[in-house]
Design a protein around this ligand. Sequence first.
Ligand SMILES: *[C@@H]1O[C@H](CO)[C@@H](O)[C@H](O)[C@H]1NC(C)=O
Ligand SMILES: *[C@@H]1O[C@H](CO)[C@@H](O)[C@H](O)[C@H]1NC(C)=O
Length: 319
Amino acid sequence: MTDLRPCSAIIMLLGCAFAVLSSYTPSAEGGTFTFQNNCKFTVWPGLLPNGGMPPLMDGGFELGVGQKRTFDASDGWSGRFWGRTGCNFTGSTSPSSVACETGDCGGKLECSGLGAAPPATLAEFTLASSQSDNKDFYDVSLVDGYNIPIAISPTGNPSTKKYSTQHDASQAESAVDYDCGTAGCIADLNLNCPKELQLLSDTDQSSVIGCKSACEAFQSSEYCCTGSYANPNTCQASSYSKIFKKACPRAYSYAYDDNTSTFTCTGSEFSIIFCPTSLSEENGGGRLTDLTSMRMIIHWWKSCCIFSLVYVIVSIFST
Ligand SMILES: *[C@@H]1O[C@H](CO)[C@@H](O)[C@H](O)[C@H]1NC(C)=O
Ligand SMILES: *[C@@H]1O[C@H](CO)[C@@H](O)[C@H](O)[C@H]1NC(C)=O
């Protein structure tokens, strides 16, 4: 009778190689960002690295309705992302031109070192490095105003699974988990933006396309937390920042709002979702969960097949 054991060992070896390869991601170092546009309009993400950090995605790209884009960043990368709206780059040639209704960065698709024109909702990151105790830091900031809702959801850590179907940033603050929780803003703050802070569309004066920070609207050190207000004791939440906080309890509403705004996680994989309101549990949320369970299945498969391979090899040599 033919001995089939060497043959099955080879088949298993191939299976294991496939399992290991299929779960391989090029981002074992650094981090992975997935941008998802759940808005009913095109968003042009802008990306600004902090000083000394490499640019990502040339600083900007177009993300159509329902589109998703994933890319990697190096260890310890830090910087900010935002969503530009109402862009048309065809007519903009001079350095001072403006191409987007909100979040413009010098009139160009690729922001190359220029930040967002306020008001703009910002997603801010400092990825893990040995200096940060291997923790990722992230937050959504309305300190420079608000244009569209953005949520940040970590997806690379097993403990984040319970948040993936629960993108409800309006839940009570006490229930927010700042360890791997979802940061950001679900509410459309443009709908309840005080009149004196409203940014109106050039083409339609009845449409609010952004909500300025009180600092930008009134240019006072009290609202900007500058001068004698440049510390957390003198610069406190204002009636305006409280409106922002009420709409977006998981986002920075003013400069010293750290206690309820900064999130940490380890795992370095993040979804940045524009307009998470339409992120229903069956589509976006479900997909995050699918990803996590996919990873668990691959993990389980790897362990199982390595175990059986060892078993087959041992049984060959023990005969
Ligand atoms: C974009 O701008 C160009 C030049 O100003 C104009 O001709 C064109 O119609 C605009 N496109 C859209 C979609 O508004
Ligand atoms: C933030 O929390 C720390 C420690 O829990 C506390 O000392 C500080 O006063 C808080 N800051 C604000 C602005 O609430």
